[in-house]
Design a protein around this ligand. Structure first.
Ligand code: TYD
Length: 210
């Protein structure tokens, strides 16, 4: 049975997830709390190969359903072989994106039926649900400034209205499940943000381990 804590980070590209995940890990290190960090797509040998296919700019003929199934395939491999065992051993597991990204990008963004995605998400995760999901929210203008001049991957180079649907999708999802999601304004002071995230994770850990 699961005894660890499962934390996921979500948000549009450029939202500052990496900075906040790095800060959280530093806090966990300092507190001597065992953790494991994964990213999606990827996190396993098979998953990293799937990641390369998904992000490759040459794969511009990829159909939306193919895309969804590939993300889900990578997720199943990661969940069963890494995330669940780490949780069972009592660790804090942090995942840089999880099934909420499929709902936001392939559901709200690409327009695949949301009920179907919900069922697929459950199948691809063995019905594992994160204990807390932080959404780092930045505006599309801010995203544009942050990603400017970067070498963009296949998803990042999608049109602005796609990213607007993804952005708005994340906020709708947070409104539907307010007890799981915490939406944080991504252009706030990074240290202030990381302290807030750390307080939430610490409290959650105390609650779960009581
Ligand atoms: P990555 O370089 O990890 O981006 P980021 O640093 O923003 O997380 O690339 C992952 C890309 O894949 C990102 O554009 C979001 C997209 N994605 C989906 O479209 N669906 C999914 O289910 C997942 C996990 C990611």
């Amino acid at each position: 049975m699961k005894s660890g804590i499962f934390i996921t980070f979500e948000g549009i590209d450029g939202s500052g997830k990496t900075t906040q995940i790095t800060a959280l890990i530093q806090h966990l290190d300092e507190a001597g709390i065992p953790y494991q960090l994964f990213r999606e797509p990827g996190g396993t040998g098979i998953g990293e190969k799937v990641r390369d296919i998904l992000l490759d700019k040459n794969n511009d003929s990829m159909l939306s359903m193919t895309e969804l199934l590939l993300y889900s395939a990578s997720r199943y491999q990661l969940t069963k072989s890494q995330i669940i065992p780490a949780l069972e051993s009592g660790k804090v597991v942090i995942c840089d994106r999880f099934y909420d990204s499929s709902t936001a990008y392939q559901g709200y963004g690409r327009g695949i039926d949301l009920d179907f995605i919900m069922r697929l998400n459950a199948a691809a995760t063995d019905s594992l649900v994160p204990d807390k999901t932080f959404i780092l929210d930045i505006s599309l203008e801010e995203r544009h400034l942050r990603l400017d001049n970067k070498n963009l991957d296949r998803l990042e180079q999608e049109a602005l209205d796609f990213h607007k649907r993804v952005h708005d999708g994340f906020l709708k999802m947070a409104a539907i499940e307010p007890e799981r999601f915490i939406v944080l304004e991504g252009n706030r002071n990074p240290e202030e943000l990381s302290n807030e995230i750390w307080e939430t994770v610490k409290t959650l850990k105390e609650l779960i381990n009581k």
